[in-house]
Design a protein around this ligand. Structure first.
Ligand SMILES: [Zn+2]
Length: 232
């Protein structure tokens, strides 16, 4: 390809062999980092291993049963791991049936395509119901039924090691326990310290973990569930 030079040439350098090698190496690294190779969709083995999760929500009359089946990759080798292959959702209640079938089929297709499937969790969890979502037992706010399905997928991916389990380390856990005890001692009357979920009565909804577990301590809003703290 010819390049037209429009400016005066004031200096020049020769490209050394070393530079060429470096550029080629950088290019290889870049391409291997950015490209997720998608192979042919996996064919379904006769036997899959899986888990079924039951969820009860205030927006469905009956419980939903979510089954996620995994395919075992590299079985019998040190690289053995499970990855999700298909998802089914069943319920006695057929009200949500059509979109649920569509959703599970699309998700199963994504699972089978290979590559990173963990993005599905955040996509589902960020769906908000126009009616405003609901609270689950345990005081956790769920923005929609779709988001709750996303949480189940997240739980499953954590169980098979594709996603890291969140949570506090030992030190943070201890600190949170201390804060809770200190707060209860100062603010609660005996016998009416905690709500059903084990957090102080009057605790506010934490914006990070969606649990009613945030209390004001030393001028800071501190969550006794996930440790999130905001001051001022
Ligand atoms: Zn929290």
């Amino acid at each position: 390809m010819a390049i037209k030079i429009e400016k005066k040439i004031v200096s020049y350098n020769l490209v050394s062999e070393e530079d060429k090698a470096k550029a080629a190496e950088a290019k290889t690294q870049e391409s291997s980092a950015n490209v997720i190779q998608l192979g042919e969709p996996l064919s379904r083995p006769d036997k899959l291993v899986g888990n079924t999760y039951k969820i009860k929500t205030p927006v469905t009359e009956h419980a939903l049963y979510i089954t996620i089946n995994d395919v075992v990759m590299n079985e019998g080798t040190p690289q053995e791991h499970r990855r999700p292959f298909e998802i089914f959702i069943n319920s006695k209640n057929m009200e949500h049936f059509q979109w649920i079938v569509a959703l599970t089929r699309v998700m199963s297709a994504v699972f089978r395509k290979g590559g990173d499937v963990t993005f599905l969790v955040e996509e589902l969890k960020s769906v908000f119901e126009p009616s405003g979502g609901y609270f689950k037992k345990g005081g956790k706010f769920v923005p929609s039924l779709v988001a709750e399905i996303g949480e189940v997928v997240e739980q499953h991916l954590q169980e098979i090691g594709m996603l890291k389990k969140p949570g506090l380390d030992e030190h943070q856990q201890k600190l949170v326990e201390e804060k809770k005890a200190e707060y209860l001692e100062k603010h609660a009357k005996p016998g009416e310290e905690v709500n059903d979920e084990g957090y102080p009565k009057g605790a506010q909804l934490c914006k990070k973990c969606n649990t009613k577990a945030s209390i004001i301590m030393d001028g800071c809003l501190t969550c006794l569930n996930c440790g999130e703290s905001k001051c001022g």
